[in-house]
Design a protein around this ligand. Structure first.
Ligand SMILES: Nc1ncnc2c1ncn2[C@@H]1O[C@H](COP(=O)(O)OP(=O)(O)OP(=O)(O)O)[C@@H](O)[C@H]1O
Length: 344
């Protein structure tokens, strides 16, 4: 498993990751959710030892990654950043990664797994961003790793590509691997992940069961306008919903989603207008989503969390391509470099 213990990374005077403590369960898919600039990529780079912590530790099965005899067999990663060599053929990039990781992966099979069988012999300079994401995943899997770390792997993929990668990641879990996936979008993760770690402004503000978290931020009530409020009330009660309040034509309902309400009203021949989902409480994480930093959980962060997570953490989808450079950046250690499938 992955474990961050009081992990801090400072760039200049800014704590980009601040005293973060959390664990990623072995054999599960864990989402790493946070808005732009929250510190997700920095945390992933710390686990990969592409940069060093200011204090604390980022451990892979209890040790820093480089202490494992074959780091590339332990962890495979897909990060945004540098290009795969544009002049190299896709199959050669995967073979090279497998060699570096010390694994005898079948590069053709891996490219088939990521849907690039037809493009295996092509140079990657002409690949689309979506194809590069697929290639990066093949490179990350070239070491047959126990743990797969991915930084926003759905960027650049269309709806079909997103559905595809979710299937691949579920398959990786079913093979017994641990998957840790960073994203700004709860919607991208919610039908994929078992657990969530939530980060905001460098602080890990919660971690735990994804189901508990998603339930917490589901709409708590639906407000509708209807010219048949009584008939609507009867239909809602029959369907297991509750009428919280009726004020003239406005009816406030809990226990049903707006989609369910639409169906119920349609079946009962009742017209609905002005359907509005009322969000759940903003102030706290679910009790099941245990504060990962215990008493250090800043009360200032929780109220800010909910709106940021609904449902797109950031309207800005353009990836931050800036690699970790600067005085604090540390060049990849040779053994680890081969495990990172990076994307143009
Ligand atoms: N090498 C660096 N030197 C200085 N600041 C950095 C460096 N790397 C990252 N940062 C800053 O740290 C903050 C967190 O960046 P990081 O990329 O980890 O966030 P993120 O959660 O992955 O965001 P995004 O979703 O936009 O990629 C940002 O303000 C970023 O500008």
């Amino acid at each position: 498993m992955l474990r961050a213990e009081n992990l801090t990374k400072r760039f200049g005077s800014l704590d980009v990751v601040s005293n973060a403590s959390f664990a990623v369960r072995a054999g599960a898919v864990t989402g790493f959710l946070g808005p732009n600039g929250a510190g997700k990529t920095t945390t992933l780079r710390l686990f990969l030892e592409l940069i060093h912590p200011t204090s604390g530790s980022a451990l892979v099965d209890g040790r820093p990654l480089h202490e494992w005899p074959a780091p590339g067999r332990k962890v495979g990663a897909v990060l945004d950043g540098h290009c795969a060599h544009p002049g190299r053929r896709a199959i050669d990039s995967v073979r090279w990664a497998a060699r570096l990781a010390g694994a005898g992966a079948d590069a053709e099979e891996l490219l088939g797994r990521v849907g690039l069988a037809e493009a295996a012999g092509r140079r990657t300079g002409a690949f689309s961003r979506g194809m590069l994401q697929r290639l990066a995943l093949a490179i990350a899997l070239a070491g047959d790793p126990e743990i797969v770390i991915l930084d926003e792997p759905m960027n650049g993929l269309d709806a079909e590509g997103i559905a595809w990668i979710k299937t691949v990641l579920r398959d990786l879990r079913d093979e017994g691997r641990t998957v840790f996936i960073a994203s700004r979008l709860l919607a991208e993760l919610e039908d994929l992940v078992d657990d969530l770690v939530v980060i905001a402004q460098g602080n890990v503000v919660g971690s735990g069961s994804a189901g508990a978290f998603v339930d917490r931020f589901q709409p708590q009530a639906v407000s509708v306008l209807s010219d048949q409020p009584q008939a609507l009330g009867i239909a809602v009660s029959r369907a297991g919903g509750q009428i919280l309040d009726t004020n003239g034509q406005r009816v406030l309902i809990s226990g049903l989603t707006s989609t369910q309400l639409d169906e119920i009203a349609r079946d009962a021949g009742i017209a609905l207008f002005g359907v509005t989902e009322e969000s759940g409480p903003r102030s706290a994480l679910s009790p099941d989503l245990s504060p990962a930093v215990g008493p250090d959980l800043s009360p200032d962060l929780s109220p800010d969390l909910s709106p940021d997570l609904s449902p797109d953490l950031s309207p800005d989808l353009s990836p931050d391509l800036s690699p970790a450079v600067g005085p604090d950046a540390h060049p990849p250690i040779a053994d680890v470099a081969g495990i990172v499938g990076e994307v143009c």
